[in-house]
Design a protein around this ligand. Structure first.
Ligand code: DX5
Ligand code: ZN
Length: 216
């Protein structure tokens, strides 16, 4: 099973983003996790198309956009030409998630869905789970890097891992929030195939390779 690590650019040093990306480009099996927040779905505002455009020119790893926005219809159109590897939306923002996913899949090679820690797993129907490429399990309340991992995530992972096995769903399980070398091994064992890392990684300036090796 693959062990993708997805550095969350949000937690990096924005004033040295080019250097951060140049270093990360040399480390294998990474995705760049790009947290787009609109100050409405979550109480924080990050970055949008202008920065994505620049990141795209230097990034040598797949781009993974995590959209925490109240108007997904706008962004699904606006980001079509950014050559994203994966785009993930929050189910709480989608009045008709099944239609939305089917339509997004026409423009993106990989479409993911995420849920807040407080959202019930049962909103994910069989139809939805059989059509998404990635399931992003939020292990903190979306909005900020540097928060503490929520322990109820373990039950949630067991739920989605069991369903995946039972129905042979193809979605990749990604976990986002409070990931560190203290929980990464257990997360991979619990079914994660892709771990987002923000503050754990970026506070270890100059030691990104070692930090990522520890996560794996
Ligand atoms: C939070 C974001 C995360 C965040 C992760 O809403 O989705 O990607 O940057 O940061 P850490 O790893 O510090 O929790
Ligand atoms: Zn994220």
């Amino acid at each position: 099973m693959s062990k993708i690590i997805a550095p969350s650019i949000l937690a990096g040093n924005f004033l040295k983003l080019g250097e951060e990306i140049a270093t990360l480009n040399t480390i294998p099996d990474l995705w760049y996790h790009l947290d787009l927040m609109d100050g409405h779905f979550v109480p924080n505002l990050t970055f949008g198309q202008p920065l994505l455009e620049q990141i795209k020119t230097v990034a040598k790893h797949p781009l993974d956009a995590h959209l925490m926005v109240s108007n997904p219809d706008f962004y699904v159109k606006a980001l079509r030409d950014f050559n994203l590897h994966n785009i993930t939306f929050h189910i709480e923002t989608l009045p008709q998630p099944e239609n939305f996913v089917l339509s997004a899949k026409k423009d993106y090679k990989s479409v993911g869905l995420s849920l807040r820690p407080s959202t019930s797993e049962t909103v994910f129907t069989h139809n939805l789970l059989s059509n998404i490429d990635l399931l992003l399990i939020m292990s903190v309340e979306p909005g900020f890097a540097g928060q503490k991992f929520i322990e109820s995530t373990w039950d949630r992972m067991a739920y989605f891992k069991t369903l995946k096995k039972k129905h042979n769903y193809k979605y990749q399980i990604q976990v986002d929030g409070g990931v560190s070398d203290k929980n990464s091994h257990q997360l991979f064992e619990a079914g994660a195939e892709n771990l987002v890392t923000g503050s754990y990684l970026f506070r270890q300036t100059g030691k990104y390779l070692e930090a990522i090796q520890k996560l794996r």
